[in-house]
Design a protein around this ligand. Structure first.
Ligand code: CA
Length: 237
């Protein structure tokens, strides 16, 4: 049984990112170790035995792609690839060789942490933890979501929600008060290679509003940011 903080290996060569990540993740309750190039990443991985790896793609000595491939040859540890804008090709390769998720610089720490927690949940790190006993919940105003049981309560009533709507609501709530662009929403819910009709997003938002809003025709929670995307408005108590 693991009671200690999840161990995170940060593989990053830019000092400003290293510092911000280290401070931010420790504050979020993670234990952190750092490797500043691809060779050190593999060394630290073997010694530190992290629960999750944050892996920059562009690294000295050995690329993040090669590091990912090496780790995957013998471990299923969750890996989040970090790419810079314009490195989409590396992103695709990264997912093909077994990275679990990716995030593009610049990103918000809060978004990274949300993805990390989701991956750690999936990899059963929380199996025996306090969090699991209590159920991992996302709460905002009159909405309460149990992530493990996939249960949504709105104004104290259980509401049925198909998977994509559920994921969309969780994403909006986890980023309350932040504008999520259409691209980000489609990318996170339907996948970065989604080529379907972009109206799918609007249809799902409409369905969500019909369940979440007191008056769906006059939405107060899920706000449309014209030409950009959507934002879940945090309710001031
Ligand atoms: Ca880099």
């Amino acid at each position: 049984m693991k009671n200690n903080a999840p161990k995170i290996l940060i593989v990053e060569d830019e000092p400003s990112f290293i510092e911000a990540l280290q401070i931010g993740l420790v504050r979020e309750g993670f234990e952190v170790d750092i490797a500043v190039d691809g060779i050190k990443a593999i060394e630290r991985f073997e010694q530190y035995k992290p629960d999750l790896v944050i892996l920059d793609v562009m690294l000295p000595k050995l690329s993040g792609i090669d590091v990912c491939r090496e780790i995957r040859s013998h471990s299923r540890v969750p890996i989040v690839m970090v790419t810079a804008k314009g490195e989409e090709i590396d992103t695709v390769v990264g997912l093909e060789i077994g990275a679990d998720d990716y995030i593009t610089k610049p990103y918000r720490l809060r978004e990274l942490v949300a993805r990390m927690r989701s991956l750690l949940r999936r990899s059963n790190w929380t199996e025996d933890s306090e969090a699991q006993k209590e159920g991992v919940r996302v709460e905002e105003g009159e909405i309460s979501i149990d992530l493990d049981k996939h249960e949504v309560q709105i104004r104290n009533e259980y509401v049925e929600m198909p998977l994509k709507e559920f994921e969309l609501l969780v994403l909006l709530l986890e980023n309350a008060d932040r504008v999520l662009t259409r691209d980000v929403l489609i990318d996170r819910i339907w996948g970065f290679d989604y080529v379907g009709d972009t109206k799918t997003l609007d249809v799902h938002i409409k369905r969500l509003r019909s369940k979440v809003e007191v008056d769906p025709k006059n939405p107060k929670l899920i706000h449309t940011v014209r030409g950009v995307g959507y934002r879940f408005l945090r309710q001031v108590k």
